[in-house]
Design a protein around this ligand. Structure first.
Ligand code: SF4
Length: 303
């Protein structure tokens, strides 16, 4: 269960120092120097690995080619039937959000844990089986249960950065100041590794910007496509993961510089980014990330 996966990491503590932080203006320097008004897709921060700025370019101008997204799904957690995997994903999100709210209620009131009949039994059982262990972690940390509640689907305030309002599926931001914050995503189709880490770390950096305190932990809830079992995986969002976000900011800045060199008017007088003016960077030699890239069809003309 997500809150248990977060608190387990908190209990174990952070394994190392992190020098790249979202509350340090230095991380955002290249971005802020462009003086953009809010017009930038925040997901530019979570574009996956690429030898140059090409993946950031595709992230800004196109849609990822997610395998199986429009194929039918007959069963989801014992419930059927869904027209497409994309629609099933939306339903999965809604159920997980409802289950997280139930856990929040239970943590805040110390009452009886119950799940609405709308939540599939398999998901409710997954949460219920882990509730006792969650209660033990709360007690071990001498926590008021209300401090461990997850903010469900609450937009991050990115005031001062040129992004809209990124909304993670959840975030633990109410913990006492000695504990690092955490971020949560639920994905029926998780992004291919290592993009899961990129996504969580981008959220973490933005939460650090908003709350001016460390956010070191991520949790991803997904459904194993083979076994149909729920998987709740913890992620430590350390220095290497932060470097991915920093590199994407650098790639974005280099993309703007490259496009301007080609004579393109990429940022208007109103400080808006015009993605139609962006120039596609050179195609690099095939890199190790290419076989798992969602844009490889567009980039290399094959899937
Ligand atoms: S296919 Fe390779 S070069 Fe093209 S965008 Fe993806 S990672 Fe970058």
């Amino acid at each position: 269960m997500p809150t248990l996966a977060y608190l387990t990491q908190v209990t174990q503590g952070s394994p190392g120092d992190i020098s790249i932080r979202g509350f340090d203006d230095g991380l955002w320097e290249d971005l802020l120097s462009l003086d953009l008004a809010c017009s930038l897709k925040w997901k530019v921060l979570s574009a996956g690995p690429c030898p140059n700025a090409r993946r950031v370019f595709f992230q800004l101008v196109g849609e990822p080619d997610v395998e199986g997204r429009d194929e039918p799904v007959a069963d989801l957690l014992g419930q059927g039937s869904f027209a497409t995997r994309r629609e099933a994903g939306r339903q999965f999100h809604a159920w997980v959000a409802a289950a997280n709210q139930e856990i929040n209620e239970w943590l805040s009131t110390s009452g009886q844990l119950t799940f609405s009949g709308q939540i599939p039994e398999r998901l409710a059982g997954f949460y219920a089986q882990r509730a006792e262990c969650l209660g033990q972690h709360v007690a071990n940390l001498s926590l008021d249960g209300a401090k461990a509640v997850m903010n469900v689907e609450q937009a991050i305030n990115t005031r001062g950065l040129p992004f809209g309002a990124p909304t993670p599926d959840g975030a633990w931001v109410n913990m006492p100041s000695q504990f690092a914050l955490g971020v949560f995503e639920a994905k029926l189709t998780p992004p291919p590794e290592p993009c899961d880490v990129y996504l969580l770390t981008a959220y973490a950096a933005l939460l650090e910007w908003e709350h001016r305190r460390p956010c070191d932990y991520g949790v991803l809830l997904s459904l194993d496509s083979g076994s149909g079992q729920l998987c709740c995986d913890p992620y430590y969002l350390g220095e290497v993961a932060r470097d991915h976000v920093r590199q994407n900011i650098e790639h974005f800045a280099s993309l703007i510089a490259w496009s301007r060199l080609q004579g393109q008017d990429v940022i208007s007088d109103q400080k808006q980014l015009d993605v139609t003016q962006l120039c596609r960077p050179e195609c690099p030699e095939r890199g190790p990330a290419c076989p798992r890239c969602w844009y490889r069809g567009e980039c290399r003309g094959q899937t």
